[in-house]
Structures are given as C-alpha cells and as structure tokens.
Design a protein around this ligand. Structure first.
Ligand code: NAD
Length: 483
C-alpha cells in the first residue's frame, strides 16, 4: 500500500489497519535499502534543518497556543536551539560516526582481523511527551535518521496544535515510508507501541514507560525509555545559598516546573530553611517580577494537571505540611491563566505523596538534613533519580556524594545544564529509564554495531579441532602460558 503525505499527516486517529500498513511500508523500505549512504542521511537531516529554519516561529506559536502561556523565547532555547545544536554536531560528526571501527585482535586469534560495522536498525518508533514537544519529538527523530533508520513518530495529544503542525511539516518534507507522524491519544499510543519496531524510543512518565516496556517485550523490541522521577537537589553546608537559589529557582520554574530534570525536591542543612526561603523568594522575583499574565512564566499544561498539583498541596497541608506561596508582584494568580505560583513546602510528613510522586510543577519540598549521610540515605532509599544537583564548594564532599549516589546525570553548582552538553549521553537509570542519547551515544543507541571477524588463511584453528588428543594438549599448554 502506498501512502500519500496527506494520509500520514492527517489529524484523524489512524485505524489499526492504517497503522500496520504504514509500519509495513517503512519496514519493507528499510529491508530494501539496508545500507543508507551518508549523502541520503545528510539530505534527511538537512530537510529537518530547513523545516526548523522556515517554521521556527510557527512551531513556537503552536507550543504557546497549546500551553496557553509558553514564551516563544523559551521554546527557542529549550526546543529549537537544542535541535539546531544537535543537527549541527550530528552533521559535523556523521561521516566519522558511520565508519566501521577497527578493534584489536588478541594474539591467539591473529592474524585474523576484526571491526565493528555500524548499520541502521530499520524502523524506529518514537513516542514523545508534551512538555518540550518539539525538542522531544524531533531530537529522537534526528538521531534515528542520522543512524540511517526510518521513523514513525507519535507525539503527545496534549499539544494538539504542535503535533498537527509537526505532522504537516514532516509530511511535506518526507515520504511516509521515511518519516511518518501518527496522531492520537493513549488508545492510538497503545496500538503504536505494540508494533514490532526494530527499536522503540519512548519519552514520558515512568508509569506509562512500564506499559511501553511490556508491549515492546511481546515483540522483543529493544527500547530506550526516557522517563521521569524525583530528582534531588542537595545544598551542601559549604554552599552560598543566595547564589544557589537563583539557579535552583531557574531550574525549578523553567516551564513552570514541567521539566523532566527539574530539581524535584531540596535537601539542605537543618537550620538554613529560612535563609533559603528568603533567597528563593528573591530569586523568583528577579526571574518573574510578576506571574499573572507574565508571558515568560509558563502555564500548567491543562486544567487537570493544575488541579492535580493543587490537590496535592491541599492534602499535604491537611497532613501538617507548611506551605509558603511565592507571589512576586503581590497579585494572586487566576486559575484561568493556569500560571501557578511557586510553592515551597516545609515540614513535609513522611507519608506525603509530595515525597513519592514526581511533582512536575512549581512545587519544591524542602527537606532539612542533620548529616550529609542522612541526605544520601534519603536519596538511596528511593528509585534511582533522572538527575541530581549538588551545590557547594567542598570538592571532597561533592565527590563523596557523586560516589555514593547513582543517577541518570548530574550538574554540579547549577541545574539542568548537563542535558545541554552534546558530548554527555543523556538518559535515566533504573526507574528513571534506560538507554541514553545525544551525540555519538544516541547514534550508537539507534544503530547496530555489528561485530565482524575476518579469518586469515594462515589461521591454525584446526589445531583445536577434534579428535582431541596429544596435539591439542600440547598447543593448549603452550597457549595457557602466554595469557
Ligand atoms: P506520558 O507518559 O503521560 O505520555 C507520553 C506519551 O506516551 C504521549 O505521547 C502519550 O500519548 C503516550 N502514551 C500514553 N499512554 C500510553 C500507553 N498506554 N502506551 C504507550 N504510550 C502511551 O507523559 P507526559 O505526561 O506526556 O510527560 C510527562 C512525563 O514525561 C514526566 O514524567 C516527565 O518526567 C517525563 N519526561 C521525561 C523526559 C526524559 O528525557 N527523561 C523528558 C520529558 C518528559
């Protein structure tokens, strides 16, 4: 069955039959062309680069419309710039990444030689979330195309305008058997992740990631799961809290806390809570002199998400927590704009969901610790976090924390920034996900590194063939001495 770009870009949810036909077309095309030359990969990446250049404003406007309030400048830095940087470094390094890599051959196998051949996997499925809807859709698509794959993308139903625009633009730039966009809600998503992809790249919540892993396992489809979780931020006793507060407020309130690697909660030396609260309020006022109607302060994505955050606060307060709402400019924020004021939460009871659920909003529980070990134990008692932040000047204690905790990534003395470093693989560990991407790590994740050994005509493997006897024992005895 042939697909027109229109079919692939339609906003109507596809039927299972359409989905399967689309997948079959991509699969066939990938098998018909297992070798994807550099020129074609470059051409595909340049098509995305042009799409971004020509439609940057429209994409930022669509994201803004989907959120209600979401600064186009935020989309520029967090979605578009990140993609431009990814494209530029991918285009620069692709010729080297695609080359086979020679590996050293141990003396007992010489004079054979060996190499790793980097090949496309075939068809990669990408499922993306709503919070950075352009970056988290096109980032994996770019990576998959660079590795020579065909791609099917299922963007989030919570950003319908952005998803529809992506579908239209990608539909214009690519044949449906190269890149196709499938739109729809969780029912479509479930059918999508049940397709027997060669690799499934999912970005979203840990709960849905669990379902995705199960569906993929039925096909033995390998997955990359970029999930969420509770990323701790540790303030060390050696930290200048006034300086750290601005960086923590920025990391927490970028996109109103709807960032997978936002600091989820804060650990700080007991007794410094008031100092931090004052510095944090000051930092919020610096970044956002007012909230209501401020185009720089993103709205919560939907009324349902806002209600969830507010209900969590009400329940925490009912359980004895103390809330400090930060209201720069004085005016309360109206529910209609969904721009939720930042809230610090103190005296959080151990049973509060604020300590177990990923918050994904402008709420920052503040947990005092009496010893650094207590903070480390708290982190290690929970699932492995996606990110960890540490603020201070005592490098010995910093290294102790780095050695004592396991997380997807770390930024020291700032928040979020490790995600922007193109030579650092980005991903989670344990419940915050598996597999990483960005840079060469992403290219390799979506490639098959095929080990190839080329036997030499001088090889004497026959010395070890049966029937085993004296000759085998002599040669083996000699070889063992050289290991
Ligand atoms: P989500 O898990 O609800 O949805 C993500 C995608 O999965 C959407 O496209 C959705 O349609 C699809 N989906 C829904 N139900 C599905 C199912 N049963 N099977 C398969 N797919 C299904 O996540 P969200 O609310 O869009 O995004 C927020 C979450 O994503 C947070 O937990 C956040 O931490 C995480 N996140 C992680 C990263 C990262 O890089 N690690 C980046 C951004 C967001």
């Amino acid at each position: 069955m042939t697909f027109s770009a229109d079919t692939a870009a339609t906003s109507h949810p596809p039927t299972t039959h359409t989905l399967l036909s689309l997948f079959d077309a991509q699969r066939r095309a990938s098998r018909d062309q297992p070798e994807v030359p550099l020129a074609l990969r470059r051409d595909r990446l340049l098509r995305i680069q042009r799409l971004l250049e020509q439609h940057a404003d429209a994409l930022a406007a669509a994201v803004n419309a989907d959120f209600g309030v979401r600064s186009p400048r935020l989309t520029e830095i967090a979605d578009l710039f990140v993609l431009r940087a990814l494209l530029s470094s991918t285009l620069r390094h692709l010729p080297r990444w695609m080359k086979s890599v020679k590996v050293r051959t141990p003396w007992y196998l010489q004079p054979s030689h060996a190499f790793l051949q980097r090949q496309p996997l075939g068809v990669v499925g990408v499922v993306s979330p709503w919070n950075y809807p352009v970056q988290l859709s096109l980032g994996p698509v770019i990576t998959a195309l660079a590795a020579g794959n065909r791609v099917m993308l299922k963007p989030s139903e919570l950003t319908p305008q952005t998803s529809a625009l992506l579908a239209r633009l990608l539909g214009e730039a690519f044949a449906p058997d190269e890149v196709a966009v499938v739109q729809g809600g969780s029912d479509v998503a479930q059918a999508f992740v049940s397709l027997p992809f060669d690799h499934l790249f999912f970005t979203g919540s840990t709960a849905v990631g669990r379902e995705v892993a199960k569906a993929a396992a039925a096909n033995l489809t390998p997955t990359t799961l970029e999930l969420g979780g509770k990323s701790p931020c540790i303030i060390d006793a050696s930290c200048d809290i006034a300086q750290a507060a601005l960086k923590i407020a920025h990391g927490k309130l970028l996109n109103a806390g709807q960032t997978c690697i936002a600091p989820d909660y804060l650990l700080l030396p007991r007794g410094r809570e008031v100092e931090f609260a004052d510095a944090f309020a000051q930092a919020v006022a610096t970044l956002f002199p007012s909230l209501q109607g401020n185009p720089d302060y993103a709205a919560i994505i939907s009324p349902r998400h806002l209600e969830r955050l507010q209900a969590m606060l009400v329940r925490a307060e009912g359980q004895g927590a103390r809330l400090q709402v930060i209201q720069p400019g004085g005016a309360a924020v109206s529910v209609s704009s969904r721009q939720m004021a930042p809230v610090l939460v103190f005296d959080v009871p151990a049973r509060s969901e604020l300590l177990s659920e990923e918050l994904f909003g402008p709420i920052l529980p503040v947990l005092p610790y009496d010893s650094l070990q207590q903070a480390i134990d708290h982190i290690n008692a929970g699932p492995r976090p996606l990110a960890l932040y540490w603020f201070g000047t005592d490098t010995g204690l910093r290294d102790h924390v780095l050695a004592s905790t396991v997380s997807g990534g770390v930024t020291v003395n700032d928040t979020l920034m490790h995600i922007a470093h193109e030579n650092l693989p980005f991903g989670g560990v344990g419940e915050s996900g598996w597999g990483s991407y960005h840079g060469e790590a992403g290219f390799l994740r979506l490639s098959q590194q095929k080990p190839v050994m080329v036997q030499s005509k001088w090889a004497r493997g026959d010395l070890f063939y049966p029937p085993y006897g004296k000759r085998f024992d002599q040669v083996m005895g000699w070889m063992k001495r050289f290991l």
